[in-house]
Ligand binder design. Sequence first.
Ligand code: GLY
Ligand code: MN
Ligand code: MN
Length: 437
Amino acid sequence: MITAKEYAARCNELMSMMVANSIAIITAAPERIRSRDTHYPYKQATSLSYLCGFAEPESVLVLIPGRDQGQSLLFCREKDKLRETWNGYRHGPEGAVANFAVDDAFPIGDIDEILPGMLEGKERVYYAIGKDPEFDRHLMSWVNEIRGQKSRGSAPPGEFVDLDHLVNEMRLIKTASELKVMRKAGEISARAHCRAMQISVPGIYEYQLQAEIEHEFMASGASAPAYTSIVGGGRNGCILHYTENRQKIADGDLVLIDAGCEYENYAADITRTFPVNGKFSAEQAAIYDIVLQAQAEAIAKIAPGAPYNVANDATVAVITEGLRDLGILDGEVAELIEREAYKEFYMHSSGHWLGMDVHDVGDYKIENQWRVYEPGMVVTVEPGIYISPDNTTVAEKWRGLAVRIEDDIAITKSGCENFTSGVPKTRADIEALMATN
Ligand code: GLY
Ligand code: MN
Ligand code: MN
């Protein structure tokens, strides 16, 4: 759990990076309609969640370092008995101050009266320009209002600076309590993958495996899948973001499941690939072992001080050599890597930052150089091989095979920790688990 004290520390850290006489404005995500008058489950904007944990829509966090009457302010919905009866609890401004690490709170309906006065005379406004067109318009109208009063001595803010860059760098390095939550998200997701392996049987539908996975997420206290679960039987595994999940899985097919839960606002992201009937065929085993070795060699290279791309380079080397040894690629390994011949079969990179967003924030390069791993970063390692069913340049026995293996790796002081090791990934361990259903 992230405590109010930690949220306050995050706001303080952000304010310490802001220039003197400045203001930061962080808006909530809008609610989105799914169908007529029903909405998608509400998901708070991650920057606002990160800074104060407030989960209601129609809210705006404002940070004004050095302000005597309070530096962190929240605009939020007022309490409303009728609306709360229909749509759920609201903290209201008083509840916000009592339960969240903000110094003061105001009704969102009063923002037009209050915020222009706070903007006036500020040198710099930190704001995620262009992310919320409706709020952009409000902000510009307040600024224009101040400009219109210039002759009466009002000073419009001097400059607008992207807020995300500062927050994203903070989010990239996780604290001990964030890592604890992410470890739990990984454990729950690993259990869900074990459950899918154990229930699997030829003729099962992809959506039935999805249901098993998501049952385990929700029964364990997760709030949702962190992204739409991918359950691809057979050739569907070759579609990287396959989410239809409607097909029956035939005896002899592999199943590729890429699914992770969101637990207390943090994502897990696991992929496992296994034979629906519990036994790898010779061809499946050959491809599987290359991907597993690629992943192992990448993880072995992840440690503080190593540049980000060591993991991707390791996966490319192992996959290229493996495909060449099987006769799927033809030529010298170095030359095949040089001309990126592997990309026909391994068309994504080895991973991404993981955190509150599944593809989490944070730069991968600094001044055009790969940044180095630091303790507190979390990255996925997810090599794969996908042989299109229509690829007539490879022997028929390989066509339609797809394998990806993905784990969530936290960088520690001495190396790294795998948050998702609870689900097996050697062929022997998968076959043993599947035999226990
Ligand atoms: N689940 C999306 C990804 O692995 O990046
Ligand atoms: Mn994934
Ligand atoms: Mn991923």
